[in-house]
Design a protein around this ligand. Structure first.
Ligand code: AMP
Ligand code: MG
Length: 321
């Protein structure tokens, strides 16, 4: 049985004690719920991969309570200083070279010479990271390949009985995963669109390149099929069939019987916050109504739309990867 801890002082202390013992604790952040384990403990890190059923070559993000703590484990540079100042705490992950005295086990970063690091912006997550007093590796708290969780119920749907506890800090504000920005090379590369928009990064750093094919090697986690609901997904829907459920954005298509509205006003930030809830809801409702597919209306690439479209493309990609 997985224990549900409330995000008060006692709950945070208990969650931190569990982490220090090598147990796994899911916790809420502003993006999605993370599945936390002591990043300095190889057994705890191995247990994260096992609980999720995650391939060992898909590296984990390490979480810290402050930028100061981050730069004890990875090598900083002027760009990293600038974005850390602008976006931390917040939904931005940086990929930077490991320091030679990095405390994080190599398995956390899937053996790579770089490490993905983040300072989350959520009071109980910060309290937990301070109390744990060590870097915490935390991928999203779902079974590998499934949709990321934005509530305790979602976490338990996938991981009940497989992890020691979950710290209940309510619904997640941003709702999509962090933006992953590689600052380990000559130019910044946006490995994964997420909670910080490309526009905002470029306002701070100048041009930020989207990855070419080489990044599939550099960021092994970027498998095509990921974030998948149970039903197949059809993209760019401008009409809806009788046997389809609709993921709507803006105006609802005529004739849709089973609808989840991401944002009636066409706001990409609101839509990002509702995306994973929507995919989960459509999965269960659509099955009840006999629908065989989710039709997703187009979302513009601006703002958090880039992250939404990335997740939808993966949800629609051929399965089996
Ligand atoms: P998740 O834990 O599911 O949010 O996924 C984290 C993602 O960050 C991975 O799947 C990778 O794509 C990316 N990532 C983590 N560490 C690295 C790294 N050292 N180099 C490149 N990409 C990374
Ligand atoms: Mg994930």
């Amino acid at each position: 049985m997985t224990q549900i801890l409330s995000a008060d002082k006692a709950g945070v202390a208990q969650a931190a004690a569990l982490l220090r013992q090598g147990a796994l604790v899911a916790f809420g952040t502003e993006t999605v719920y993370g599945l936390g384990g002591d990043a300095t403990n190889a057994d705890a890190v191995a247990a994260i991969f096992a609980a999720k059923g995650r391939p060992a070559l898909n590296p984990l993000i390490c979480h810290y309570p402050s930028a100061d703590r981050v730069f004890r484990d990875v090598v900083s540079n002027p760009r990293a200083e600038r974005v850390a100042e602008a976006f931390w705490p917040g939904p931005l992950t940086l990929v930077l070279p490991r320091r030679t005295d990095c405390a994080v086990t190599l398995a956390t970063g899937a053996g790579l010479g770089t490490l993905a690091v983040r300072v989350p912006a959520h009071p109980s997550a910060t309290a937990l990271l301070v109390a744990a007093a060590r870097p915490v590796a935390a991928p999203s708290a779902n079974r590998s390949g499934q949709v990321s969780p934005t509530s305790v119920r979602h976490v338990l749907d996938g991981l009940d009985g497989r992890i020691a506890a979950v710290l209940d800090s309510g619904a997640c504000r941003v709702g999509v995963e962090s933006t992953v920005l590689d600052l380990s090379g000559a130019e910044p590369v946006l490995l994964r669109p997420g909670g910080v928009s490309r526009e905002n990064l470029e306002a701070c750093l100048g041009p930020v390149r989207l990855p070419g094919d080489e990044s599939v090697m550099r960021s092994p986690g970027m498998l095509a099929s990921h974030y998948a609901p149970a039903l197949p997904v059809r993209l760019h829907a401008t009409a809806v069939a009788d046997n389809e459920a609709l993921l709507a954005f803006g105006g609802v298509l005529a004739g849709a019987r089973c609808v989840f509205q991401l944002s009636a006003s066409g706001d990409t930030a609101e839509a990002a916050g509702r995306l994973f809830e929507g995919l989960r809801w459509l999965d269960s409702e659509a099955a009840r109504l006999g629908a065989v597919r989710i039709a997703a209306m187009p979302v513009p690439d601006a703002g958090l739309g880039l992250a939404i479209n990335d997740r939808l493309r993966r949800a629609a990609a051929p399965r089996g990867g």
